[in-house]
Design a protein around this ligand. Structure first.
Ligand code: WQD
Length: 337
């Protein structure tokens, strides 16, 4: 069964490609390689021991979908292609509204034109902002976005929800990711560092590898047990598995709702200091760090309730934080950049 992965050469997309293959699907990648590398395609062929079907194209261009939906017999689509740097989105909001929102509108129009039904959308826990109560459930209120990136995810969820409501054929699931980390155990694919990493784990591993100065710990005055902020760090392979479960839920007709959304996290919150300690325990490597003031816009704590995704999708995480950190370090050693 052919499944289109937009942005399939990216961090989450490439890991989802592997899990789709493991489950007998025929994934097809479309990517413009603006934030990924063609080396990923080669490494996916090494991991899966089979040629990768991919098309180089921009999901902002209608002809990309005209080619894909006539050349292939696509039965489901996982839409990863988007810009995802929170800081950049504040400086260049229109890039995010065009690349993230306009491309999703185009995809939905093309799905209707070609009578395609099943869409899994890559969303984010940023829609919750700082939840009033934790863990965040799917009923936790969506809060006003704190960045154009987060806003683009909220807007896309609403566009998809409204389009499904007006359509007799379209079914969609939005997956609200918490913090994806780690890499495939082969260390052939992982989070490609393009420029100084904004996220904690890539910066931490580059710092341990001596490629950067000490990790800057942004804030130790949060109202948390050790004063550092808490997040829900999920192994990217577990996250990839959630997409396959969501897709099956749509295709197998088990979905009682034509539009639904799920938290994809571990259910476990970890502070920055707990991550540092876990990394040192998991790898035997010391993390050089310095304490700094809070980063503007950061929330104190968020972690997922996973009840709904466990019960409805039949999905649960398999990997621990330590395993994710070990795999992140193996990846760093493999690319050493
Ligand atoms: C995690 C914690 C930082 C870097 C963002 C996006 C989210 C998703 C994941 C795309 C925070 C602290 C970080 C550093 C630090 N992206 N930190 N030193 O901000 O939770 O989420 O990335 O989907 O949408 O919002 O992730 O990894 O940037 O930060 O102390 O050098 O680590 O303050 O507490 P975040 P993060």
């Amino acid at each position: 069964m052919q499944i289109l992965i937009t942005g399939g050469a990216g961090f989450i997309g490439s890991h989802t490609y592997v899990v789709l293959k493991e489950h007998g699907y025929t994934p097809i990648i479309v990517d413009n390689f603006s934030n990924s590398s063609k080396k990923v395609i080669k490494n996916l062929e090494i991991i899966t021991k089979e040629p990768v079907i991919f098309e180089e194209g921009d999901v902002n261009h209608p002809e990309t979908y005209d080619l894909l939906f006539t050349k292939y017999d696509i039965k489901g689509i996982i839409h990863f292609a988007a810009s995802k740097a929170v800081g950049e989105s504040v400086e260049n909001p229109l890039k995010y509204y065009r690349n993230n929102v306009a491309s999703t509108v185009l995809l939905l129009e093309k799905m209707a034109q070609y009578s395609l039904s099943n869409l899994v959308f890559s969303s984010s826990c940023t829609v919750y902002g700082q939840p009033e109560t934790l863990p965040a459930t799917e009923e936790s209120p969506v809060q006003p976005a704190t960045s154009p990136y987060g806003n683009s995810k909220q807007i896309c969820e609403e566009i998809i929800r409204d389009t499904v409501a007006a359509s007799s054929a379209l079914k969609a699931i939005a997956l609200r990711y918490f913090n994806p980390i780690g890499a495939h155990e082969s260390a052939l694919i992982g989070e490609l560092p393009i420029g100084p990493p904004a996220n904690l784990i890539p910066f931490l591993t580059q710092s341990v590898a001596g490629l950067r100065g000490p990790l800057q710990v942004w804030g130790t005055d949060y109202p948390t047990p050790d004063g550092t902020a808490i997040r829900d760090y999920i192994h990217v392979v577990d996250l990839a598995g959630a997409h396959v479960k969501a897709l099956a839920h749509l295709i197998d007709g088990k979905s009682t709702k034509n539009y639904d959304f799920f938290n994809i996290g571990t259910g476990q919150g970890s502070s920055v200091m707990e991550v540092i300690t876990a990394f040192e325990k998991a790898t035997g490597k010391k993390v050089p760090y310095e304490i700094r003031d809070r980063r503007a816009g950061d929330i104190t704590a968020v972690y997922a309730s996973t009840d709904k995704s466990n019960q409805v999708l039949g999905w649960k995480t398999q990997f621990s934080l330590e395993k994710a950190l070990q795999d992140a370090w193996k990846w760093q050693e493999a690319i050493n950049q």
